[in-house]
Ligand binder design. Structure first.
Ligand SMILES: [Zn+2]
Length: 114
């Protein structure tokens, strides 16, 4: 019987899917860390301004960081429908808990924590 064979394939497929979902979550977490560090950034800019220095470089670096993470998150594709997971009609919504297109949940049925 090919029953066993196909169930192993299914398992592999499931693993691949979980791995991609994990990647998506990780990319999103990086963007969130960026959000959360915003107050730190503001304080840093204030300090630099008080010291009478230019802040252009910090601002550019921060914006580049944001853009980089944003593009990274936006480029993540759903393992099920292969559409952009967080993007629907040009809007990036990193707070989604499921795929913008097929509704595939971001939290897979994985047991590996994180
Ligand atoms: Zn999808």
């Amino acid at each position: 019987m090919s029953e066993e064979h196909s169930s192993t394939e299914q398992q592999q497929e499931q693993e691949r899917r979980n791995r991609r979902l994990k990647e998506i979550r990780r990319a999103r977490n990086r963007l969130f860390v960026c959000f959360w560090t915003f107050p730190v950034y503001v304080v840093a800019v204030m300090r630099v301004l008080q010291a009478g220095n230019e802040t252009n470089l910090i601002m550019l670096a921060y914006m580049a960081l944001y853009a980089g993470f944003g593009v990274n998150v936006a480029s993540k594709r759903c393992p099920d429908c292969h559409e952009q997971f967080f993007v629907k009609s040009y809007f990036l919504n990193p707070f989604r808990k499921q795929c913008a297109h097929c509704g595939c949940p971001l939290k897979g049925e994985e047991s590996l924590g994180a």
